[in-house]
Ligand binder design. Sequence first.
Ligand SMILES: *Cc1c(COP(=O)(O)O)cnc(C)c1O
Length: 387
Amino acid sequence: MEYGTATKCLYGNGDTLNCDQSGSLSVPIYQTATFAHPGVGESTGYDYSRLQNPTREALERVVASLEYGIDAIAFSSGMAAIAALMELFRPGDHLLVDADLYGGSTRLFDHISAKNGLSFDRIDFSSVTREDDAGIEAYIRPETKAIYLETPTNPMMRVTDIAAVAKIAKAHQLLLIVDNTFLSPYLQNPLKLGADIVVHSGTKYLGGHNDTIAGFLVTASAELSEKLRFIFKTTGAGLAPFDSWLILRGIKTLPLRMKCAQENAAAIVEWLQKQRVVTKVFYPGLPEDPGYEVSKKQARGFGCMISFEVASAELARKILGSVRLIHFAESLGGVETLITYPTTQTHADVPEAQRLANGITDRLLRLSVGIEDTEDLIRELERAFYE
Ligand SMILES: *Cc1c(COP(=O)(O)O)cnc(C)c1O
């Protein structure tokens, strides 16, 4: 038996039911570095909190259940998770990565993984249609070990057909890694579509309150889980017990937050489309968006992220300077609506040529829509745009 998503957000697959003999509904915070052994050669199952911690494990089981994995590993940040993931590879290995990625992932690949001997080719995976896989296959070499993508991408909201790419990955024995941060497991489950590893920045929708940094790697393979667990315990970027508890608490309302924020996002998209100073809206929920059909097929919603282009860089800067209720801040996925300027913030470290090729101009703004009253958000945008 498998619970539905909303129930899993509270209890995993029952893992956090009756988690403590006192009857505590909330998973206790095991604020300990180490655990006493009953005797020589005996263990309670817990030895040292870098390896295992009951609070972190409860969280890991909830996230594993939400993503239909057998194991989820909770890291101190999304980047710590991705950095650990790169330890799966050896010098000389080659990876195909999405041309449009979270800026921090691009920085890691370019400046740390490359130094460690990995090489990368960047591909716009969203251009791959189900039948036409020639685009990817031309890049696959004997040293190619994995495909790494985000969908929808950050910040251009391009949508990739995960199942289609998974088919190519399988045919060439490549690992398919999908960063599922933007839609969260409430709306999309890449493992079910054929991915091997799912990445999350738990800082975003899973935590949901702009108050904790966390990251996850989820897999449905025992072999991968074993390899990743070894890297995890050896490199040591595990999520702290208190932060694990905060993310557990955040996840409980994931479905409610996503529903509400998604409704707000739809209203804002509609408003943006009516503004003459908005030259383009990037949102996969628009029927004319190139990602619309694939989104409908592989996800249960279009998400709460919107990118849009305004008529001039001056207007973009004016909006950023005028917002009050909406915060001009990096990050996304929280209950508070945030506006970001990718060109100087999240994607500042992406080489300029690549940034521009992706469409990240000085007229592009990105909204992470929160759960405020819709009317307040629209009024705020009207004021920030025109006053
Ligand atoms: C934020 C983010 C990351 C990095 O996660 P941190 O928790 O900030 O380290 C990775 N991928 C995506 C898509 C993100 O939005």
